[in-house]
Design a binder for this molecule. Structure first.
Ligand code: UD1
Ligand code: MG
Length: 468
């Protein structure tokens, strides 16, 4: 039997009260639609269709990144109408099962979905719906059953009577249907309801009328099936996923000193013996090697830290790679293309960009190192700046091995400094320096003995007499 997944993702998400299509809102760093599509991958459906409408291009881009086809729904006239828009695409495919899911359920537990789907495949009937028990069912469609438990209909919050509102069993928005029969059920749906929309959920009353009521699956962990409709719900889903990810890493032996304030995105990978202090944020494709330690208020994005690397407080690392034993911070910022060999030290207020620093290089204070290559064992003094930009182009700076750069040096690129060279403090380097040389460009110091006293005397003589 062929398997198709249909994801409804065309709605605006009015209740979010935010100018971004709902399914694009990030949950722990990734759009909710991306979570859903990645989560569903193990089902190995032959096809995945994503219905797009509001901000269609941006939503379609996420869909395509996960190999899904897209179907345009314009205008968006409700969940039933969204499925109607798939009619052609579904009719062109083989007969089989459809898993229909709203795009706003990022935490969907795929193992349970798979179990329900197999069960549905084996035992039918034409349609099934996944129900949730919620202590507070507000906002969700209520499942109205007869005394034998058969599903009579689904009533939306806005259309429900007070008696129906008291029902605590709700529609998760996840369904299984058999094609092509589901398409017939959509014929003649109408929009005579509080929202003037074509409700997909009206299909269930039709099934009951026909004497083939839908089967109900009850989810074991309702929180993970909840559709996100508002900002508080988005924040709760993010928190739930964040804690799940942290739990997984702590179970693997990672020390998370304060799980309440630690943020690890699902795409991050951690080695053994990693320690994370409070208020650490690890994002994107970051990988932390064994024994790495990250201290408070540091944020690491798309970066790889070598074994035993220590990132002290308040560092911001982006697209950076470090080898083993590096020490960064506090307060350092490494930008794209920073590549540090073993045991490099970057101290406070050091910024790097496209910087390749070889084994043991130290830049401990107040520097900007951009478009630079530094050989092993070199020392970059406090306040060293690579002047890499002439207003039009960026130029490289190349320092050899064991170069000593005195404090407050400006390296006006392009410039090359040979192995073992010394640069005196306060130097503006505008010409290449050969290996082993000393370069110094500052004005020789002049010292005038007794100058301050004489200045004071001159001032006093020229001032009118002070009255006390
Ligand atoms: C829907 C269900 C409700 C259920 C709840 C579960 C209906 C009528 N109601 O309500 O019974 O309890 O989900 O979370 O189906 N969408 C489109 N095109 C549209 C409208 C919506 O693609 O024209 C998409 C949205 O982008 C969203 C999904 O369908 O991803 C669900 O829409 P939403 O507005 O969130 O429906 P709910 O009111 O939550
Ligand atoms: Mg919803």
């Amino acid at each position: 039997m062929s398997r198709t997944v249909v994801v409804l993702a065309a709605g605006q998400g009015t209740r979010m009260k935010f100018p971004l299509a709902k399914v694009l809102h990030p949950v722990l760093g990734r759009p909710m639609l991306a979570h859903l599509l990645e989560g569903l991958a193990p089902l190995q459906a032959e096809r995945t269709l994503v219905v797009v409408g509001h901000q269609a291009e941006a939503v379609a881009a996420v869909a395509r990144a996960y190999g899904a086809e897209t179907v345009l729904q314009s205008p968006q006239r409700g969940t039933g109408h969204a499925l109607m828009c798939c009619r052609e695409a579904l009719a062109s495919g083989p007969e089989g099962d459809v898993l229909l899911v709203a795009g706003d359920v990022p935490l969907l537990p795929v193992e349970e979905v798979a179990r329900f789907w197999s069960d549905f495949e084996e035992r039918g009937p034409e349609a099934s719906v996944v129900g949730l028990h919620l202590a507070n069912p507000f906002g969700y469609g209520r499942l109205i059953r007869d005394t034998d438990g058969a599903l009579l209909r689904i009533v939306e919050e806005r259309d429900a009577s007070s008696e129906e509102k008291a029902v605590t069993e709700v529609n998760s928005g996840v369904y299984f249907f058999r094609t092509p029969r589901v398409l017939d059920l959509l014929e003649g749906l109408d929009a005579s309801n509080a929202q003037n929309e074509y409700y997909l959920t009206d299909v269930f009353a039709r099934l009951a009328e026909r004497g083939t009521p839908a089967r109900l699956f009850l989810a074991s962990d309702p929180e993970r099936w909840l559709g996100i409709n508002s900002q508080p719900e988005l924040a709760r889903a993010t928190k739930r996923l964040r804690l799940d990810v942290l739990d997984r890493w702590m179970t693997e032996g990672v020390t998370v000193v304060d799980p309440d304030s630690t943020w690890i995105e699902p795409t991050v990978r951690l080695g053994r013996g990693v320690t994370l202090h409070p208020f650490v944020r690890l994002c994107g494709a970051s990988v932390l090697g064994d024994g790495a330690e990250v201290r408070s208020f540091s944020c690491i994005t798309d970066s790889e830290l070598g074994e035993g690397t220590l990132v002290k407080e308040h560092c911001v690392l982006e697209a950076t790679r470090t080898a083993e034993g590096c020490i960064l911070g506090p307060f350092c910022r490494t930008r794209e293309g920073t590549v540090l060999s073993g045991r490099v030290h970057l101290g406070n207020f050091v910024e790097t960009k496209k910087a390749r620093l070889a084994e043991g290089v130290k830049a401990n204070h107040l520097s900007y190192l951009g478009d630079v290559t530094v050989g092993a064992g070199s020392n970059i003094g406090a306040g060293t700046i690579t002047c890499n930009y002439d207003g039009v182009h960026k130029h490289p700076t190349v320092l050899g091995e064991r170069v000593f750069v005195g404090s407050d040096t400006q390296l006006v690129a392009p410039v090359t400094v040979g192995d073992g060279a010394y640069i005196g403090a306060g130097t503006t380097v505008t010409k290449d320096i050969p290996a082993g040389a000393l370069a110094i460009s500052r004005v020789p110091q002049k010292t005038i003995e007794g100058w301050a006293e004489r200045k004071k005397a001159r001032q006093e003589a020229s001032e009118p007499t002070k009255t006390r």
